[in-house]
Design a binder for this molecule. Structure first.
Ligand code: ZN
Length: 309
């Protein structure tokens, strides 16, 4: 669905970007990435395709040619004034955000927002899917491909099995984390903050919210909020659902908007709850920003036609 939608978007003569904006009455887009890299990323590459530096630069060229770069605080105003604008964000707090993305955005003077899992800052622990990715890479390259389905079947609830599998494969995750340092530390987050970056929480350790109790969800959110506040990273009180808000009720989303200045989701251009901003995932595709964003305008237009019926 995603790739055919993005291929359709290439027919510029059919619909221009401005025509699509007029048709959908949507003027602000919120693209998000996790990292940008030319190198194989052992914690992410086995899960999805990461954009290269050149692909990211071309995405930004197109975005800047067609939209004004804005901070999250300007989203409503730009939408109300029908000013085409983009609010860029990055999830999970990975080190490439500091090493690769930060210098590029600084040079282009583009503001950014970053959503952080508080348990992982400073590389004390790692998202269970990133551990799974690392093991997938090792299993593939060391003749243990029979382990691949097993690794892929591990969930947040059974994540301790990843540590046991690592032992079997003679991998010490503590050493891997201290060698690679997949996440930014507090010093790096502070430097981004001092350059105008905004931060929001993204849960403590990235569970699927629909798979844990409401009580656990609220603890995940409030403790990661408190971490950002206590460490002077952010007092903006922003939150992005880990894995998006899929399978969560509208009431549950509203509950988070009631306790945050803004909440961010992953349903592309949908916007039906005040202070809840959906974002467009820019990774796991060979498509350019132009094809992705125009494709998502198509999706939103189709969605709106169905809503009207
Ligand atoms: Zn995430």
């Amino acid at each position: 669905m995603r790739s055919s939608l993005y291929k359709l978007a290439r027919y510029d003569k059919l619909f221009s970007l401005s025509k699509l904006q007029e048709m959908t009455k949507k003027y602000v887009v919120c693209p998000y990435y996790h990292l940008v890299s030319d190198a194989y990323q052992p914690f992410v590459s086995p899960l999805y395709k990461v954009k290269t530096i050149d692909e990211f630069q071309r995405d930004l060229d197109w975005l800047q040619d067609n939209f004004k770069p804005i901070k999250w605080t300007e989203i409503d105003e730009c939408e109300n004034n029908q000013t085409p604008a983009f609010c860029l964000s990055f999830d999970d707090g990975l080190r490439e955000v500091y090493d690769v993305i930060f210098p590029i955005l600084k040079q282009r003077n583009i503001p950014a927002l970053c959503f952080i899992n508080s348990d992982f800052i400073g590389n004390n622990d790692m998202f269970y899917r990133y551990k799974a990715a690392y093991l997938l890479g090792v299993a593939k390259n060391s003749g243990y491909s029979q382990l691949i389905p097993k690794i892929n079947s591990i969930t947040f609830e059974t994540k301790d099995m990843l540590n046991q599998l690592a032992l079997c494969l003679k991998i010490d995750f503590d050493k891997v984390m201290s060698d690679y340092k997949p996440y930014m530390d507090l010093y790096q987050l502070n430097e981004l903050k001092n350059h105008g970056w905004d931060f929001g929480s993204h849960s403590k350790n990235h569970p699927h919210y629909d798979k844990i109790s409401i009580k656990e969800q609220l603890i995940q959110t409030s403790e990661s909020d408190a971490f950002l506040l206590k460490n002077n990273i952010s007092d903006s009180n922003l939150f992005a659902f880990p894995f998006g808000q899929e399978n969560l009720s509208k009431e549950r989303i509203i509950q988070e908007t009631n306790t945050h200045n803004a909440v961010f989701g992953t349903a592309n251009l949908r916007r039906d709850i005040p202070n809840f901003y959906n974002r467009i995932w820019m990774e796991n595709t060979n498509s350019s920003a132009k094809d992705i964003i125009k494709g998502e305008y198509f999706r939103e237009y189709i969605h709106q036609q169905i809503d009207d019926k």
